[in-house]
Ligand binder design. Structure first.
Ligand SMILES: [Zn+2]
Length: 111
């Protein structure tokens, strides 16, 4: 299953899960819900990194080029890091968004 917004289901860019730092938050471009990484993301990234290292070291019998092994390991790492479930959650206390909503409510009230 592709990563998607926990509020509206709109897709979340793979780059956020695959490339960004675990402390980087992501705001849905459709409903503005703020998402943050959970501890399970950090744990799974660590496990995947170990597996990748193991893979790079052990596969020297099959693939001679260490660069190729590293590339394959990296691809797997990226792929798995995207599809591991429960890696992100909604930020409960989203101050910036709440402020925006209040402004919207005020505007609606004025109209
Ligand atoms: Zn959304």
């Amino acid at each position: 299953m592709l990563p998607s917004c926990l509020k509206c289901g709109y897709r979340i860019p793979i780059s956020w899960l695959g490339f960004s730092n675990a402390s980087t938050k992501y705001r849905c471009i459709k409903c503005c819900a703020l998402h943050e990484s959970t501890d399970s993301r950090k744990v799974s990234e660590f496990i995947l990194l170990i597996s990748a290292l193991f893979f790079v070291i052990k596969l020297d019998v099959l693939i001679e080029s260490s660069l190729s092994r590293a590339m394959i390991a990296l691809s797997f790492l990226l792929l798995f890091s995207i599809f591991v479930p429960g890696q992100y959650r909604l930020v409960e206390n989203d101050e910036q968004h709440n402020r925006t909503q209040n402004v919207d409510a005020n505007n609606n009230g004025a109209n």
